[in-house]
Design a binder for this molecule. Structure first.
Ligand SMILES: [Zn+2]
Length: 346
């Protein structure tokens, strides 16, 4: 099969578009013919090399995969046949630890992500555990590109907002840096949940598009760097109930200052760097909660997918690249130019 892979960590130039052996599914696995794979910020971190993480080389990135079933394997799943359109749950869990037994797969002590810890979807085929294969209902009406743009960001945003943040109708939520996958998924979920939505970006174009998707207040953090003060004014000095901050160092302290008393900061990552400074006085006096989250459980993924299948929310795709142009797609993602998902097609 053809794959965009790399033999060593580094910049986008490390990608090679080349032949690689088609994976052999084990009896528990299904071979999927990949039709599209979406990029995540995670891909940039893994390509550059995550300290302490050792990968088997060459590595193939790609966590968000859509395709069709090519080979069912020996045991098979009821209702799943060759040619069936599927997406893949990117989370791999052991199934036996205390967290897996509670149905909390993303807390699994051995949790891994397809494309991060094991080879992923920047290729023509992938062999995946059958429990990770999710058949697409016909009513979804989504094409392969939109399907690939679905799993990781929606599962992450759903757990962040609904399970961790306990977002309720009428709540105020501030989403930092609109345009990224999780931020956009969060905007759509918050809209359905009946929240009042504030977003920030350095780009007026992105802010205009966020308005079209339902953002109630947009703030350009280049022209209004003290956006927490703006939030204070709009909310009559109260602050927002929830801040979703996936930026980290660059925005952390302003995010904490945007919260109401007892408010929650939820974070799925730190694209600007992890060493943020926390004013502890602010945390205890205002009784703030800081909640980390990554990926989601299987049942949370199923919950958010229902909204996608029923067309309550629709994945936002920025642009499509051929699989051979993975390096170009990474350069766009590194510059943060995108609004929505970047997707590769084999
Ligand atoms: Zn486990």
């Amino acid at each position: 099969m053809r794959a965009s892979l790399f033999h060593e960590h580094g910049g986008p130039e490390v990608f090679e578009y080349t032949d690689f052996p088609t994976p052999e599914p084990t009896p528990n696995q299904i071979l999927v013919s990949i039709k599209a794979v979406a990029l995540n910020h995670l891909d940039l971190f893994v390509r550059a090399g995550i300290p302490g993480m050792k990968l088997e080389m060459p590595h193939i990135l790609g966590s968000d995969i859509s395709g069709v079933v090519k080979e069912i394997g020996h045991s098979g799943i009821e209702g799943l046949e060759e040619g069936q359109k599927v997406i893949i749950d990117p989370g791999l869990s052991c199934g036996t630890c205390e967290f897996c037994r509670m149905g909390e797969q993303s807390l699994c002590a051995k949790y891994q992500i397809i494309g991060e810890h094991v080879r992923g979807g920047y290729a023509e085929f992938i062999a995946v555990n059958q429990e990770n294969v999710i058949p697409i209902p016909k009513r979804s009406g989504l094409d392969f590109v939109e399907l690939a743009a679905t799993p990781l960001t929606y599962m992450t945003a759903w757990r962040l907002l609904m399970t961790k943040g306990k977002l309720a109708p009428g709540d105020d939520i501030l989403i930092i840096g609109i345009g990224g996958g999780v931020a956009l998924a969060a905007l759509q979920i918050a809209k359905i949940a009946g929240a009042r939505i504030f977003v920030t970006s350095s780009s007026d174009t992105k802010l205009d598009r966020a308005r079209l998707l339902g953002a109630d207040f947009v703030i350009n953090h280049n022209t209004t760097p003290d956006y927490h003060k703006e939030i204070g004014q709009i909310t009559d000095r109260r602050g927002v109930d929830i801040v979703l901050d996936s930026v980290g160092e660059a925005t952390w302290s302003r995010s904490l200052r945007s919260l109401r008393k007892g408010g929650k900061l939820v974070t799925p990552g730190a694209t600007s760097g992890p060493q943020a400074t926390t004013n502890v006085n602010l945390v205890f006096w205002n009784q703030l909660e800081i909640l980390g989250s990554t990926m989601s459980s299987r049942s949370e993924l199923r919950d958010v997918l229902k909204l996608v299948w029923n067309k309550n929310i629709h994945p936002v795709v920025d642009r499509i690249f051929p699989l051979s142009k993975a390096a170009d797609a990474h350069r766009v993602l590194e510059k943060g130019e995108q609004f929505g998902k970047l997707v590769l097609r084999p």
